[in-house]
Design a protein around this ligand. Structure first.
Ligand SMILES: CO[C@H]1[C@H](O)[C@@H](O)[C@H](O)O[C@@H]1C(=O)O
Length: 721
């Protein structure tokens, strides 16, 4: 062979090996990939176990299930899977309910199905009419759809399907995304492009994205979506918008996804021309009743309202001398005849709380326990401040036994690196869910509060502030998809482990190749802790840039609102650092049940991860590591940066195991993350050093720039205020 041809051949080979020859993958398909199973033995086994698909019934939801199973199985098996209304051969997949499928009715599953409610399902290897089949059975069509997704997941993650006996039902009733989407399509705290809802083209144009969005949510069991920002615009309640809302609701309905809206409390004034929005005023009550009836005339299965009131400038019942229950109950009465609910947020604070913002929600809400209507849930953020990288659980969990308390997590990473940091949030969610409130003795976990088992509530809910936008890959960061995914999976079953969720997400989203899955899973599992270390270790919180919340700003002061400043939260001085929330300080700790107080009350016993949350600690105090606090702080910040470098190394080893496009994107984002982790480390250490007056330990990397340099990086910083 000539030298030239040989070179060409080598180049071609190289290209093939490095995967550069093919088009990439922008991540649009999320975890819903049905590419042919690579493992030959498994493929053969699956092909033998799935011969045809039998769905006897007929409904929009069953059509969706049928399409999903057909597309999914055809893709995964690499062969056509015929659909039939009758069982014709061995190894069929039979899906339906006892009501719409004679085959399923003949299996006498009533007893097993009874306990699974409206959304649960069974996946069984069974004998139907003398033939071995796989049965996906549920009480309702939506249960069948959920079961279908589960079945597909088994194949996507290459599990055995030969002897199945799965029963699954959600532990929480309302599993809801909260979109902080404005009507102009900007998204408050959104880092993945603009809002999905193209109000301008609705109701006439149904973007395929709406369907794909609903599909993705159904695949993880999310059954509700609040379309609009909690900082609400009353316009969405006008007829012009309601027809658009109805079009979205119609598109989502087959997927079991119910639509909710945010209610601007002053809407009766803004839209109705009334003089007041006082919840006890009969005219105001009548206005909301009529408005609600109007909404139901467009959206017959409208879910209800989510309300942010008397918080951050939003109007609310307190404007009229009424309380949160008065406001919530008025709306609850309006939606009750149609089975709607009200999710009333407890994220309330203002600058009137004299000594600690963390105490306000509890102080305002706990006395109202028992005064809310039956269809009201109080929606509480996971921690008492505001979606910080780490917070102890909110003291309201367990404190209002007569009221259904709903969890609000933030999936979008407002305080966690926004669009470019890889932080797998399942460990954060789990940390809160498994925290013990001791409300009814040991074992009274936050999870038991919100799934209703602790206080016998059947109305239960969990919300996640969405990280979804119109970016090609939905979430901006490829790994942001994992946070959407884990929110849904935990909302369905909070007992799942972060590891199991990461494992299935990685396999479905990238590849089953363990050379990829094992190291990347490890990387994910450590990523949240890494972020906590380089941003806010040891219980520090709220020290980010002012208003935009991007990057470090421990020096931030605001002469008008102390509770919007960083110095209010870290309280660094020459003696030490941290917020004393014990009896010698704000005594916020008293809002917890005594056994919890006991865990946090004394410095010696308080877990170090919450130390500076609850205590003002001397710089020279000895820590668990044997180092003094200042040195430990330096080590934590540096360790955070090192962890990101470790993540980069891990990611570099998987090149070639997945498509180049997603590989490159994640690699680039990890570079940004490393840069910003250093920024956080350097800015915080240099600033805190002005109080500690101690050197950064010899063995640690030194800051690259001066404190002045970092301080001017924050565009909102105004010297001297
Ligand atoms: C929607 O407003 C948000 C605000 O942007 C955000 O900075 C803070 O986390 O919380 C508010 C809230 O949860 O209401």
């Amino acid at each position: 062979m000539e030298r030239k041809s040989l070179n060409l051949l080598l180049i071609l080979l190289l290209l093939i090996l490095t995967n550069n020859y093919s088009y990439g993958d922008d991540g649009y398909r999320l975890w819903q990939r049905y590419d042919k199973v690579q493992d030959a033995e498994k493929l053969k086994n699956y092909q033998q176990s799935v011969s045809e698909l039998v769905i006897e019934g007929n409904s929009p939801t069953l059509s969706v299930a049928q399409k999903e199973l057909t597309v999914g199985l055809t893709g995964l098996l690499g062969k056509a899977v015929p659909v039939s209304q009758r069982l014709t051969q061995q190894s069929a997949v039979v899906a339906g309910t006892p009501a719409n499928s004679a085959l399923i009715a003949s299996l006498n599953l009533a007893e097993r199905l009874n306990s699974l409610g409206d959304e649960g399902y069974l996946i069984l290897t069974a004998n139907t009419n003398g033939k071995k089949s796989t049965v996906i059975a549920a009480n309702t069509d939506i249960g069948v759809l959920y079961g279908s997704f589960h079945f597909l997941r088994l194949l996507q993650t290459q599990q055995s399907i030969s002897n199945l006996s799965i029963a699954s039902a959600p532990k929480i009733k309302h599993r809801v995304l909260n979109h902080w989407d404005n009507l102009d399509r900007t998204v408050e705290r959104g880092y993945a492009g603009f809002s999905l809802w193209d109000w301008h083209k609705l109701p006439d144009y149904i973007d395929q994205r709406y369907i794909d969005y609903a599909r993705a949510n159904a695949s993880i069991g999310i059954n509700g979506t609040v379309l609009t920002n909690v900082n609400a615009n009353a316009l969405v309640l006008t007829k012009e918008y309601l027809v658009k809302v109805a079009a979205l609701a119609d598109a989502f309905r087959p997927y079991g996804l119910r639509v909710y809206l945010t209610a601007r409390f002053s809407a009766p004034i803004e839209l109705g021309g009334l003089k007041t929005a006082d919840p006890l005023d009969p005219q105001v009550q009548a206005w909301w009743k009529d408005k609600t009836e109007e909404i139901y005339s467009y959206v017959p299965d409208f879910g209800g309202f989510l309300v942010k009131a008397n918080s951050e400038g939003q109007p609310g019942p307190q404007n009229y001398g009424r309380n949160h229950a008065d406001g919530a109950n008025m709306l609850a009465d309006a939606v009750a005849p149609r089975g709607g609910i009200v999710m009333w947020r407890a994220f309330v604070y203002d600058d009137k709380e004299p000594d600690d913002r963390a105490k306000q929600a509890y102080n305002e809400f706990k006395p109202l326990d028992g005064t809310f209507r039956k269809n009201v849930l109080v929606q509480v953020k996971n921690g008492a401040i505001d979606f910080q990288p780490r917070e102890p659980f909110h003291p309201l969990f367990g404190a209002m036994p007569q009221t259904p308390i709903m969890m609000e997590f933030q999936i979008t990473q407002e305080y966690l690196g926004q669009g470019t940091h890889l932080a797998y949030l399942s460990p954060l969610f789990k940390e809160v869910l498994t925290s013990d409130t001791y409300a009814k003795g040991k074992g009274s976990t936050v999870a038991k509060v919100i799934d209703g088992t602790l206080d016998n509530h059947t109305l239960t809910g969990i919300a996640g502030v969405s990280n979804i936008g119109n970016d090609r890959n939905w979430t901006g960061h490829q790994f942001g998809q994992a946070n959407w995914y884990s929110f849904g999976r935990l909302a369905w079953d909070h007992t799942l482990s972060s590891e199991a969720i990461a494992d299935e997400w990685l396999k479905m989203t990238f590849t089953n190749n363990n050379q990829f899955v094992a190291p990347v899973k490890n990387m994910m599992l450590g990523s949240h802790e890494a972020l906590v270390n380089y941003m806010t270790p040891l219980g520090l919180h709220h020290i980010m840039g002012w208003s935009h919340h991007y990057g470090p700003g421990p020096w931030i002061k605001d002469k008008h609102r102390a509770d919007w400043t960083s110095v209010y939260y870290h309280r660094a001085d020459e003696e030490g650092i941290g917020f004393d929330r014990t009896a010698t300080g704000s005594n916020a700790i008293a809002q917890y049940f005594p056994p919890v107080q006991k865990q946090f009350r004394v410095i010696k016993k308080c877990p170090e991860k919450y130390l500076l949350w609850f205590h003002h600690v001397k710089w020279n105090r000895k820590m668990d590591s044997g180092r003094i606090l200042w040195d430990e702080l330096c080590h934590r910040y540096s360790g955070g940066v090192d962890s990101v470098r470790q993540m980069q190394q891990t990611w570099n080893t998987v090149q070639g195991l997945i498509d180049q496009e997603r590989f490159d994107q994640v690699q680039s984002f990890l570079k940004i993350q490393e840069k910003e982790a250093k920024w956080w480390r350097d800015a915080c250490l240099l600033y805190f050093q002005t109080f500690s007056k101690r050197p950064i330990p010899q063995d640690l990397e030194k800051p690259a720039e001066s404190l002045d340099y970092y301080m001017q990086l924050d565009p909102q910083f105004v010297p001297g205020i």
